[in-house]
Design a protein around this ligand. Structure first.
Ligand SMILES: *Cc1c(COP(=O)(O)O)cnc(C)c1O
Length: 392
């Protein structure tokens, strides 16, 4: 049997966008209200309140009307000025990419770059801050998704706060799947979105903004205004009594509302626990099959994505194609520097369920073996089941 590329995959195990929860799909199907209908204005305010609760913020988050790259680009454009010295932390493709955005707004960009299967250490950040007291903005990607690795953002954030610099955090693919929140990691701008661990659709950015970041952005005359890229224009958009700068993505807000309801009613700790368990089962299974994790150590392996190193002699694209054709399972490829070297198994939102680790292992091993590999599928399944059953 062969699954057609023209039909949707049977199981989507990607690292985002993910298949949205059924409740989100129902949310997306709600009536599209006029944005100045008072019913929509008060609904928007309630959605912002739910996002504030989920993000554990003491002030109102901003919803930007585009998928999270908008928020990342906007953070660079709004916060960074030519007078700033930026320290960019690059442990993967997204972290590296942020440095190029930073360079648009200041020529003073320093960088710590580590191999893309490693994480940034707090020691390296401390050393750099000490050597360069002029550093005024630090940019970090918490979970560099194309590597499936996690940076120690709480420790890094504490160092940056002690230094007095501003911190921009890309938490797009970690927030909602593990314990990471803007204020706990001292982020001044914390960027995330609905389309990864919250199990929503791509189309919005959620931003946590500290009070001092608001002050800095508002004082920056070059910060985007009257622009899709603007953050400052949206400062008061949460309020039912204030106008929107332009039309919000009404249907996406409906979907986000459903995603936040699910997250808050299940309970964040329970949601993180099933992400963690699914990832641990996947890692145990891969190792038992004799395969290698991409991450240099398991301590830095993400609970929301497992990156597995492509076995010697196997073509990564052909591997994903075989998994798709034979089993109807779709995985994510690497990106940029990691493309062709690894496959990513997503555990995000609805697929952060341990049984999907079994499906992933089966499809991955089956694909490797279809291409001439000799992976012991059963041993991997047994090892993953042992992890799952130990948590029962
Ligand atoms: C998904 C993701 C983004 C958003 O970018 P996409 O265009 O959706 O890929 C940004 N940062 C990280 C770390 C992500 O995983």
């Amino acid at each position: 049997m062969r699954y057609s590329n023209d039909a949707p995959a049977v199981i989507t195990l990607t690292s985002g966008p993910v298949n949205a929860y059924p409740e989100v799909l129902l949310g997306l199907a709600r009536p599209v209200l006029y944005d100045y209908d008072p019913a929509f204005q008060s609904f928007y305010e309630r959605v912002v309140d739910k996002a504030q609760t989920a993000m554990r913020l003491t002030n109102k988050p901003v919803i930007q009307q585009g998928e999270p790259v908008l928020g990342l680009e906007a953070a660079a454009a709004s916060l960074i000025t030519p007078a700033d010295t930026v320290l960019n932390l690059a442990s993967g493709v997204y972290g590296k990419g942020f440095g190029y955005w930073a360079l648009r707004y200041t020529s003073n960009v320093l960088e710590i770059e580590v191999p893309y299967n490693e994480a940034i250490t707090p020691e390296a950040v401390a050393e750099m801050l000490k050597a360069h007291p002029e550093i005024s903005v630090v940019c970090a990607c918490h979970h560099d998704t194309p590597s499936g690795t996690i940076n120690p953002i709480a420790e890094i954030g504490a160092l940056v706060a002690a230094h007095g610099a501003y911190l921009i955090v890309d938490a797009v693919s970690s927030f909602g799947g593990m314990d990471v929140h803007p204020e706990a990691c001292h982020a001044d701008i914390f960027v995330t979105g609905p389309n990864k661990c919250l199990g929503g659709a791509p189309g919005l950015t959620l931003l946590g903004v500290s009070e001092r970041a608001w002050e800095k952005m508002k004082a920056n005359q070059a910060a985007p205004r009257a622009s899709m890229l603007s953050i400052v224009d949206w400062e008061n958009a949460w309020s039912r009594d204030k106008p929107f700068p332009f039309t919000p993505s009404v249907a996406e807000i409906n979907g986000l509302d459903a995603a936040l309801d699910l997250y808050l009613s299940e309970g964040p700790e329970a949601v993180w626990a099933r992400h963690d368990l699914t990832a641990r089962a996947a890692r145990a299974g891969l190792k038992a099959m004799g395969l290698s994790l991409w991450a240099a150590s398991e301590e830095i392996a993400s609970p929301t994505t497992t990156a597995v190193r492509t076995p010697e002699g196997i073509d990564e694209g052909a591997l994903r194609q075989a998994a798709r054709e034979r089993y109807g399972v779709v995985f994510s490829a690497g990106r940029g520097e990691t493309a062709g070297k690894l496959t990513r198994i997503g555990h995000m939102g609805p697929t952060a369920q341990p049984i999907y680790a079994i499906a992933a292992l089966t499809a991955y091993a089956g694909a490797v073996n279809a291409l001439g590999g000799a992976v012991k599928t059963g041993e991997g399944i047994d090892a993953a089941m042992a992890v799952i059953d130990a948590a029962a």
